[in-house]
Design a protein around this ligand. Structure first.
Ligand code: CU
Length: 305
């Protein structure tokens, strides 16, 4: 008796309850996105980043992480509203007899709603995507440290381009990798570091997973650049992320983020003529890479093992 009465009410006012639910969902979505920012980290930590690997070690990576968590929350809210409406319709308007239900169409308010609401959702997501991308790509006019990244088959060279990082011969302090040596790139924390990328041969890609960032390194006259500020001291493995030939997977390096004071001491030691391992040792840090190691170049040994 009750069910029939409720059904009759709904048939007289088709779609109104649905519109109300969709409206509430949309309001919740917009509110959620507006309130984002500060709470994304805690929400992300609770749900293990919704599949995002980690929050990274730079403000740029934090922003990308927040964008991902916010987008997943928005998608989940839309999903819950849609699933709710589907199940509500399935139960509420299930077949109750042989009589054909009242046929309704052209509900203008709800048609406007489901046209405008998706557009609003996309506009909000687009806004956050565009601002995050702009932030990640932003390059400062006055970086604190300038590093030239030179990629070649199959290793890396890092050159410090700052005026105060020139050796006694007037050449920039640099570190080059070799088949038996993993190049260690020492950078200061909480300083703007600008990377200029260039390749000697084919396309490579500079990738430090903890930065949640990679950028292709091109040969020729194309010089890619990007800027980061590392906010956590530590040793971070770096890799080539562009298939560049036989030993591409062994093209590793290490980023060593140290305090600005230690960085100055490191550069001073290098300027005095110390090698990278010697300079690292002189400031009390591990001489060689700790996150990766050189591979054995002896092919007979590799095939035997
Ligand atoms: Cu490569």
């Amino acid at each position: 008796m009750f069910a029939r009465g409720a059904g009759a009410r709904a048939r007289n006012r088709p779609g109104l309850s649905g519109a109300r639910i969709a409206g509430l969902g949309g309001t919740a979505l917009v509110a959620m996105l507006a309130l984002s920012g500060c709470s994304m980290e805690s929400v992300g930590r609770t749900f293990r980043g919704f599949g995002w690997p980690e929050r990274g070690i730079t403000p740029q990576s934090h922003k990308m992480y927040d964008l991902w968590v916010g987008s997943v929350i928005a998608a989940l809210i839309v999903g819950v509203v849609v699933w709710g409406l589907i199940f509500w319709c399935v139960v509420r308007y299930r077949k109750r007899g042989e009589e054909l239900p009242l046929q309704t169409r052209f509900n203008l308010p709800i048609e406007i709603l489901y046209t405008v609401l998706p557009f609003l959702i996309i506009a909000v997501l687009f806004y956050y995507t565009a601002t995050t991308q702009t932030y990640v790509n932003k390059v400062s006019a006055d970086p604190d440290v300038k590093v030239e990244v030179v990629a070649f088959k199959w290793n890396w060279q890092f050159r410090y381009l700052d005026d105060n990082a020139k050796g006694s011969d007037g050449q920039p302090v640099s570190t080059s990798g070799a088949s038996d040596y993993i190049p260690v790139l020492v950078v200061p924390t909480n300083r703007k570091i600008l990377f200029y990328e260039t390749s000697k041969d084919v396309i490579h890609s500079f990738w430090v997973p903890d930065l949640l960032f990679k950028r292709d390194v091109f040969p020729g006259n194309i010089e890619n650049k990007f800027q980061v500020t590392v906010d956590k001291e530590g040793a971070y493995v770096g890799r080539c992320a562009e298939f560049c030939g036989a030993y591409h997977s062994m093209m590793n390096f290490e980023v060593r983020a140290v305090s600005p004071e230690d960085y100055q001491r490191y550069i001073a030691a290098r300027k005095q003529g110390l090698s990278t391992p010697q300079a690292l040792k002189s400031i009390g840090l591990p001489e060689f890479a700790v996150r990766t190691h050189p591979f054995d170049t002896d092919p007979t040994k590799r095939s035997a093992s």
